[in-house]
Design a protein. Structure first.
Length: 94
């Protein structure tokens, strides 16, 4: 499954999450750069529960870069963005 980027499309992002519970999501700024790439499991509440005052997942300041396979997502980030995602979220610790 390829890497998918969701930008100004919360409906498709939410559908992807429901279909890929074992997948991975990188939270990134609208202009994707190595400076801000945060990796999460698709079930993580940091990318599935809107924060106070937030009204969108994929609009405003952030986009979601998603893939079923973590290694594939990291390879894409290296090739297309020139960086790796920060993987320090609690959802990724054992």
């Amino acid at each position: 499954m390829p890497v998918e980027i969701f930008r100004h499309d919360d409906e498709s992002y939410e559908r992807w999450l429901r279909s890929n519970r074992d997948g991975f999501v990188v939270n990134a700024r609208q202009r994707i750069t190595p400076a801000y790439l945060r990796l999460h499991h698709a079930w993580c509440d940091r990318i599935t529960v809107l924060r106070p005052r937030a009204t969108t997942w994929t609009g405003g300041e952030y986009v979601k870069v998603c893939a079923a396979d973590r290694a594939e997502l990291q390879r894409w980030l290296l090739a297309e963005v020139g960086g790796e995602a920060d993987d320090r979220c609690y959802c990724l610790t054992d």
